[in-house]
Design a protein around this ligand. Structure first.
Ligand code: 13P
Length: 255
């Protein structure tokens, strides 16, 4: 069984000195308790703090990821950042299609498909975020939504490359209301079947949305949950490390 993956998405938080402090604090705890032997960890700070965080993590097992990249490799796209630029400063992962990008910045599936290609070209591991809104869930559309969001990647030649799927129900993001274990179980099972049916059994499926130290153990013990994508609780060393510890524990119990 491969190691669980815990990703911290810092969103638009941290000034550079705060990012350094947070990365340093996480590294110290991880190394002290040897969690790096049982969990893979990725930190995704804002673009401008990536280099500082990469410096703080140099020589550790913790990877750096970006929160987004642009659809083109280079050119006249004022204000945008390419996947190759991210790779050149030490990123290994990139979040693609986060629900905040889809809703606030109107990213559609065609753009997301382009971004995935750019990520692979730059040898980054894309973390594709999918998930339904509250209204879609209430209308029983969760299955269709998730399947449609995966359609692009599952019909793409490159799907056998390394990538990660993150199921983040939009209604659970930043609300303090995580999905129930049973809800996570049925959607993860559905995604697992879709991925396995298209030659993607190697792809881990993370859960994201209001993960806290209190609910992490239950979430990580759900079948087909390979780790977590953590927002708010990744901004404090204590809470993020507690979530990592829960992932390590779940891994040891399962294997
Ligand atoms: P919260 O953990 O703050 O709900 O955020 C989840 C998320 O969007 C991670 O990408």
């Amino acid at each position: 069984m491969s190691l669980p993956l815990v990703v911290g998405n810092w969103k638009m938080n941290t000034l550079v000195w705060q990012a350094r402090e947070l990365a340093r604090g996480i590294r110290q705890h991880i190394e002290l308790h040897h969690f790096d032997r049982s969990v893979r960890i990725v930190l995704c700070p804002p673009f401008v703090n990536l280099t500082a965080v990469a410096e703080e993590l140099a020589g550790s097992s913790i990877d750096v990821g970006a929160q987004n990249c642009w659809t083109e490799p280079y050119g006249a796209f004022t204000g945008e950042i390419s996947a190759a630029m991210l790779r050149a400063i030490g990123c290994r992962y990139v979040l693609i299609g986060h629900s905040e990008r889809r809703t606030l910045f109107h990213e559609n599936d065609a753009m997301i498909a382009e971004k995935l290609l750019r990520a692979w070209e730059a040898e980054l591991v894309p973390i594709l975020c999918i998930g339904e809104t509250l209204q879609q869930r209430q209308l029983n559309q969760t299955w269709n939504v998730v399947e449609n969001q995966l359609r692009g990647i599952l019909s793409c030649q490159e799907r056998s490359k390394k990538w990660v799927c993150a199921y983040e129900p939009v209604w659970a993001i930043g609300t303090g209301i995580a999905a129930e274990a049973e809800q996570i179980k049925e959607v993860h099972e559905f995604i697992r079947l879709l991925l396995n049916g298209r030659g993607c059994s190697h792809v881990p499926i993370l859960y994201g949305g209001s993960i806290t130290p209190e609910n992490a153990s239950v979430i990580f013990s759900v079948q087909n949950v390979s780790g977590g994508l953590v927002g708010g609780a990744s901004l404090r060393v204590e809470s993020f490390v507690a979530i990592i510890e829960a992932a390590a524990h779940a891994y040891r119990t399962r294997s």
